[in-house]
Design a protein around this ligand. Structure first.
Ligand code: NI
Length: 249
């Protein structure tokens, strides 16, 4: 049985959530960690954890929502961490792709959420785009671990995160023809990775271009098995063990 450690299952993207879950089950994906990004999606994540047995939740403010978030949204996150199926703070991080101008504010928001994670002993799910150095330096200041979601950096960066105790979230990007991630994953131990889809985004080959869903963990897993020369069974055992090390799931 697989776990999708990073998806965004919201009504906005999926008309029929029951069907998404049914498809997941057919592909042996029996658990998913649904990630919030802002007030609205965090509330939905919490609601879905209550309605569906297989859905766990991570709540947090994504760096792309830096302009809209309010103080009370952070308070809401802190208040709802005690809900039994909220198992991480995420998706949080740094994103300098569109602008670097607000990087001080982005780091401040990330630090506030890392502080909460440290205080409540919860793992974090980190988004880092074009911000590797600042991400590493910021994470190093807090006694937390978690997942570097959608990891696509160099082998050197991978080794730094692994040494810090983080797992690397690997998704459909690894199946893309021009992806250099294949060479990195060949060099790192399977004990350092978890599988994710980032649904509805980053659909793996040969379905690239279609809307992604947790069921597609299967294509990602098969690709990694071919790359590393191991069985699907071994990959499942190892990645589920990795998840247990980080998440209370
Ligand atoms: Ni995401």
């Amino acid at each position: 049985m697989f776990t999708d450690t990073h998806c965004h299952i919201y009504k906005e993207y999926y008309e029929n959530i029951e069907e998404v879950l049914k498809n997941a089950k057919k592909s042996n994906v029996n658990r998913m960690i649904n990630n919030g990004c802002d007030k609205k999606s965090n509330e939905e994540v919490l609601e879905l954890t209550k309605n569906y047995e297989n859905i766990y939740g991570a709540i947090g403010i994504h760096p792309e929502n830096i302009e809209e978030y309010k103080e009370e949204d952070l308070k809401w996150i802190e208040e709802n961490l005690k809900q039994s199926k909220i198992i991480a703070i995420g998706e949080i991080g740094l994103d300098y792709h569109y602008t670097k101008e607000n990087k001080t504010e982005q780091i401040k928001l990330l630090e506030r959420q890392l502080k909460i994670a440290e205080q409540y002993h919860l793992p974090v799910i980190i988004h880092s785009r074009e911000a590797t150095e600042d991400t590493i330096n910021t994470l190093k200041k807090y006694k937390v671990t978690g997942v570097i979601h959608s990891f696509s950096g160099s082998l050197e960066t991978a080794k730094i995160y692994i040494k810090m105790g983080y797992l690397l979230g690997i998704n459909g990007v690894i199946t893309f023809k021009n992806s250099k991630l294949k060479d990195v994953i060949k060099e790192i131990p399977l004990e350092s990775i978890v599988l994710e889809t980032d649904s509805p985004y980053l659909t793996p080959e040969p379905f690239r271009g279609k809307k992604n869903e947790p069921a597609r963990i299967k294509e990602i897993a098969e690709f990694i098995c071919d790359l590393k020369g191991i069985s699907l069974e071994d990959l499942t055992t190892i990645t589920n063990h990795n998840i247990k090390r980080i998440f209370d799931i």
